[in-house]
Design a binder for this molecule. Structure first.
Ligand SMILES: [Zn+2]
Length: 392
């Protein structure tokens, strides 16, 4: 947990239990979730499966249609294509098939042993650290993609037999807001990820996926930030160096004239941009650092405007009691932003409360789908769960 007493910590605790009790602590701040978890690893693991890399539909690589089908907005990153081609080449050269297991992105068996050697050698050979980092991201994404192909629904990232898409009701987000899901590769195509709900609901232009370390994605995001200007970019992150600002602080401390100005210049082309860091708490520090470094390049100062959710009366307490998650989930952060903006008189007419409710409903749908899957697979939802990272 974030221990600094001065920070408001947004923490939701959902437990698997017969009574489906729900609790929400009152002092809250959004922060990416912790990494101590692993209900995912036990609850939603599937049997090892061979990658469908030779599927004729994909021609041994990845098409734009498939790439964007998973929620991405960028062109297919050449580095991801290269990794996939290298994997395929290796499969042709050695007598072992590519087999994935666990949560979809983990190679297994003999192929894994061979591939480990190969990718480590490639990594070492890359000169600069940025290239190494990009390769690291691209490889993880390529593996998750190959391990999920033909197995997960592209839209909801659940196994096809548990697809929940028909229960999601799309909704329009007020055009003055754009969410960015800055997602760690390890969270890409995770069944329990909640960031994906945002673009399922609002569309990829209103809630956009940006994969950490994928330069094509990061470029799109930063171009949008440059166009919008620094005053319209906010990262939901507890910035430990300064007193955290809430949505109220950030937007109501301005004089009404300024605020009118900020919001009246908020148009479809120049929305308020909110970055939600979609990764574990341990990964998020590096993700935030990368955002700050880029901010320095773009705006000449490292300070990236951050906000925290006040959220005592967050939407979440109204959520119907549901099984299990702990800490914050990414979609809950979006709910918090929408609800807190709704409280500002200048924002009250944009229907943000209804949009927050739509996210809430989608979260419930996801939880029900995950619970149904767990039950179908013969896993109790009443079992004492030590690690509660079920949804993130
Ligand atoms: Zn689906």
């Amino acid at each position: 947990m974030l221990s600094s007493a001065g920070n408001r910590v947004l923490t939701f605790t959902f437990q698997f239990s017969p009574s489906l009790k729900f609790s929400a602590k009152t002092h809250k701040e959004f922060r990416p979730r912790s990494h101590n978890s692993s209900i995912m690893n036990s609850a939603f693991r599937s049997s090892p499966r061979e990658a469908q890399v030779n599927d004729a539909r994909f021609g041994g690589t990845i098409t734009l249609e498939e790439w964007q089908g998973w929620g991405c907005v960028s062109p297919v990153p050449p580095m991801v294509t290269e990794v996939i081609q290298d994997l395929k080449l290796l499969e042709n050269n050695i007598d072992a098939h590519m087999v994935f297991g666990g949560n979809g992105g983990k190679l297994q068996g003999d192929f894994k042993i061979q591939e480990d050697k190969k990718h480590r050698a490639k990594y070492q050979a890359l000169g600069d650290s940025e290239k190494k980092f990009q390769f690291f991201s691209a490889r993880q994404i390529a593996c998750r993609l190959l391990g999920s192909r033909g197995y997960l629904c592209q839209k909801c990232w659940l196994p096809m037999e548990d697809c929940m898409c028909s229960n999601i009701k799309p909704c329009s987000l007020w055009h003055g807001i754009r969410f960015w899901l800055y997602m760690h590769p390890k969270d890409f195509l995770r069944q329990n990820n909640t960031g994906k709900l945002l673009w399922q609901l609002f569309g990829v232009q209103a809630a956009t996926l940006c994969l950490y370390g994928i330069s094509e994605d990061e470029k799109i995001m930063w171009n949008a930030f440059k166009d919008a200007g620094k005053a319209k970019v906010w990262c939901l992150y507890p910035n430990q160096n300064i007193v955290p600002r809430t949505v109220q602080d950030a937007f109501s401390c301005q004089s009404s004239a300024d605020l009118e100005c900020t919001l009246s210049s908020t148009t479809r082309d120049r929305p308020l941009n909110f970055v939600l860091i979609d990764g574990t708490w341990s990964n998020s520090a590096a993700m935030f650092r990368r955002l700050k470094e880029r901010a320095k390049l773009v705006w000449g100062e490292e300070d990236l405007p951050c906000i925290s959710l006040a959220a005592g009366a967050s939407a979440m307490h109204k959520l119907r009691p549901q099984p299990s998650w702990d800490r914050t989930c990414t979609a809950a952060a979006a709910i918090g932003v929408l609800e807190e903006l709704q409280l500002l008189p200048v924002c009250s007419s944009h229907g943000l409360d209804k949009q927050a409710k739509a996210v809430e409903d989608a979260l419930v749908v996801l939880l029900e789908a995950l619970t149904a899957r767990r039950l179908r697979m013969g896993r109790s939802i009443t079992r004492k769960v030590r690690h509660t990272r079920n949804i993130c």
